[in-house]
Structures are given as structure tokens and as C-alpha cells.
Design a binder for this molecule. Structure first.
Ligand code: FAD
Length: 401
């Protein structure tokens, strides 16, 4: 495989595919433990928000598209506190059955620097809470024209002024010349490729109903395309760099300790109980003692040359990326939409951290941004672990034939 440094903006040339593979191997166990903690496994989302770009139906024919939400009115929070949130005690509920649920969560106005946000957030009364561990990102069967149109709309956001729209026939058109547009394109393509890795890694066997790694699907969608593989690593570099930077500008431990900033005081009390299921030391141990020091060993992504020639380009970049997060409301499969929102907010947070560095002192973060950032990093980390697994499967397959 080509050396990563030839394709990535990094001064030190330390960032190679194999460097990231090794780095990822070393932090993977800590990261997968981290996303199982109470702080990181709950996500607040509005699954009924109207698509504002076209009249999209939220429709996906298979049950794999469904999202199991937390039923607030049936929830005994003190049980949850005592029993560390065992899934069996949460009660299971699909959105289709959830009309009776009162989701009227009062939201507090929070003091954020909205102009510097790279994503939209779901903050209205229709929001529900989801335990991400019960709703893995995997093959759902969502596809055809519906998903193609969404991807087309997403890639069209890369048409900055004075450029031609991306071809409809070939979404992976020529890489852009301007470095910032190239970054934009690679983030989107890396997101697209990472989703494809997850759906190939947990692909549904229609006969057994089991999910398994499907090498053929992986090769057809990602494995045979060097650029798509490379864009996943590229995103890994961006997101890791942003986490390192975040720890420098935000007292992360205290932030996590302070709990939930986007809910009413009454809800806060309830969620504080959950937040304290693990001692805060767990975040300290996993994130601050293990993950961040490993990520800090090298500069994985250097932003210093970006936006230097045309400062207005950053506003354009931010607005267009923000649009992508709004396009997620047009995804016609609940499970895909939810993971799409998590990841667009996650990338949006990474970009806010890296590109708005000069305003670092004034940057404010919502809990949902930190949750999305870490879960997006976990998605990329799992993608890279899966790619390595598919590589072994492919080599074995070659030996067998
Ligand atoms: P698509 O993946 O739809 O791609 C369309 C075209 O884009 C391809 O023909 C190719 O020209 C180009 N292309 C493909 N990959 C790349 C890339 N990495 N970079 C550049 N160009 C590319 N399905 C699930 O099963 N589970 C999910 O969780 C899921 N989440 C989704 C989230 C979102 C936001 C969206 C829009 C879709 C999601 N899907 C999910 C659907 C999935 O992404 C595919 O669209 C679907 O499986 C159909 O795949 P396809 O092979 O027809 O091509």
C-alpha cells in the first residue's frame, strides 16, 4: 500500500498506514471500553425531523432499520443506577410502538458559540434517548435510489464556488485541486467508506439471520479502492488530532464529571445518577491516561497550511459541512440516520476543534459533541480493525484458490 504521508497533510511524514494500524491496535481495547461507559453510550436524537431539502419519506422496509429507544415513562432510573444499565432491564421498545411515550424533555438554552459550529444539533421536544450499544451500526438493507440520492446530495456540498457539480454517475470523481476542498471530499468519502466497512463486517445472512464479515461485499465497496481505504485512515488522523487538541483546550475530566448540559434540571438529576454508575476515574484511566497519550506521540494531522490563502473559504467550508449534518434528516432508515447524525456531529466537532483554534478560548462544547466525537473515533477505529481482519481473510482466500 502507498505510504500514507504522501497523501496526507502532515509535516513530519510519520503518519503511515502501518503507523495508524499499530496505534489503533494499542488503543482499541481502551476505546471499546470507553464507549461502553454511561457517559458515552447515550445519544439524544430527533428521528422525526423533516428533511428540509426534498420531500423524503422516512421509510425502510426491513426491521434492521429500526432504532430501539429508551422508554422514559417505563424507566426506573434507580434500578438502572443499581444494576449498571443491563439491557434486559431497560425494556425494549421500537419506535413504531412508541407513540404513547412522553418525550417532552425541557431543554435549557445553552451558551454556545453557534457561529463556529460545523453541525446542526437535535434539541427540540421530539428528541429521544438511545443506548448506542443496543443499536449497532451494521447492514440494514437500506439502499437503491433512496440512499444514492442522499449520497449525491452530500457530495454536492463539495461544490464550492467556481467548481462544477460532482458528476451524478460517478460520485467518486477526480480529487479536488484546492487543498481545503480535497480535505472536504476526503472526509465525506472516508465517512462513506467507513459505513460500508461496518455494513460489510456485520452483513446479514438472510438464511440464518446472523451478522457476519462478508469479504465479497467489502472488496466490492471498499477493499478494491485505494482512495476509499486511504480516506478512512485520513479521517482517523483528523479525529485523533482533534481529540489530542481537545484535551489541551478543555478540562475533559471535569467536563465529563459535570454530566449533562443539554437537559432540564429535573432530567439532569436522573441522568446524573446514570453518569455516576462508573466512577469518574474510568474516564480518567481510559481516555486521559491511555488513549490521549498514545495519540499524542506524533502529529497526525497538521492544519497550519489550511485556509491561509482565503480566510472566507473557512466560512464556506463550515456552512457546507453544516448542511451535510442537516441532510441526515433525509436518510430513510432510522438506524442509518442515527449513526449518520452521530458521525456528522463527530466530524463537525473535530473540525471545530482543529479549524477554530484561534478562538479556542471561546469555544463551547455540548455533551452531545463530545459523545459524538468519541463514538465517531470508535467507528473509525473499528473500521481499521475490520480492514485488517478483511486483509487476513483476503490473503487466506488467495492461498485457498
Ligand atoms: P453507495 O454506497 O450508495 O454509493 C453510491 C455511489 O457512490 C457508488 O456507486 C460509487 O460511485 C460512489 N462511492 C461509494 N463509496 C464511495 C466512497 N467511499 N467515496 C467516494 N465515492 C463512493 N446501509 C447500511 O446497511 N447500514 C448503515 O448503517 C447505513 N448507513 C447509511 C448512512 C447514510 C448517511 C447513508 C446516506 C446511507 C447509509 N447506508 C447504510 C446505505 C449505504 O451507504 C449504501 O448507500 C447502500 O448500501 C447501497 O450501496 P451501493 O453499493 O449501491 O453504493
Amino acid at each position: 500500500s502507498p505510504e500514507f504521508c504522501s497523501q496526507i497533510i502532515t509535516p513530519s511524514c510519520n503518519t503511515t498506514f502501518s503507523y495508524i494500524d499499530e496505534l489503533n491496535k494499542s488503543i482499541r481495547p481502551f476505546l471499546s471500553d470507553l464507549i461502553k461507559t454511561s457517559y458515552f453510550k447515550y445519544f439524544k436524537v430527533d428521528l422525526d425531523k423533516q428533511c428540509k431539502f426534498w420531500s423524503a419519506q422516512h421509510f425502510c422496509a426491513t426491521e434492521n432499520c429500526a432504532v430501539e429507544i429508551l422508554p422514559p415513562d417505563q424507566f426506573n432510573w434507580s434500578n438502572i443506577h443499581n444494576d449498571s444499565l443491563k439491557p434486559s432491564q431497560l425494556g425494549k421498545i421500537n419506535r413504531a410502538d412508541s407513540t404513547a411515550i412522553d418525550n417532552s424533555i425541557e431543554t435549557e438554552a445553552i451558551d454556545t458559540c453557534e457561529d463556529l459550529d460545523y453541525s446542526h444539533f437535535d434539541e427540540d421536544h421530539a428528541c429521544v434517548y438511545v443506548n448506542l450499544l443496543n443499536n449497532p451500526e451494521r447492514f440494514t438493507g437500506y439502499g437503491g435510489n433512496q440512499s444514492f440520492d442522499v449520497w449525491k446530495a452530500i457530495y454536492s456540498e463539495n461544490c464550492f464556488p467556481n467548481t462544477n457539480p460532482m458528476s451524478m454517475k460517478n460520485l467518486d470523481a477526480e480529487p479536488e485541486q484546492c487543498i481545503e476542498k480535497n480535505v472536504f471530499y476526503r472526509i465525506v468519502s472516508g465517512l462513506h467508506a467507513s459505513i460500508a466497512v461496518h455494513l460489510s463486517n456485520e452483513y446479514l445472512d438472510a438464511e440464518t439471520g446472523e451478522f457476519y464479515p462478508n469479504l465479497k461485499v467489502f472488496m466490492e465497496r471498499v477493499g478494491s479502492f485505494n482512495d476509499r481505504l486511504s480516506n478512512i485512515y485520513f479521517n482517523y488522523a483528523i479525529v485523533s488530532q482533534s481529540i489530542v487538541r481537545l484535551a489541551q483546550i478543555l478540562p475533559l475530566k471535569q467536563f465529563i464529571q459535570s454530566g449533562y448540559d443539554d437537559i432540564s434540571p429535573a432530567q439532569k438529576q436522573i441522568f446524573d445518577q446514570i453518569g455516576n454508575v462508573e466512577s469518574v476515574d474510568v474516564y480518567d484511566d481510559l481516555l486521559l491516561q491511555e488513549i490521549i497519550p498514545s495519540l499524542s506521540q506524533n502529529t497526525l494531522f497538521d492544519t497550519s497550511t489550511l485556509f491561509s490563502e482565503d480566510p472566507l473559504l473557512k466560512n464556506e467550508f463550515r456552512a457546507r459541512f453544516k448542511n451535510i449534518s442537516a441532510i441526515m434528516d433525509c436518510v430513510g432508515c432510522d438506524r442509518c440516520r442515527m449513526w449518520g447524525k452521530i458521525q456528522t456531529i463527530g466530524y463537525g466537532t473535530a473540525l471545530k476543534i482543529l479549524f477554530e483554534d484561534e478562538a479556542a478560548e471561546n469555544l463551547k462544547f455540548r455533551r452531545i459533541e463530545i459523545v459524538a466525537l468519541i463514538n465517531t473515533f470508535d467507528r473509525l477505529s473499528k473500521s481499521i480493525a475490520s480492514i485488517n481482519n478483511f486483509k487476513s481473510m483476503y490473503l487466506k482466500h488467495l492461498e485457498d484458490v
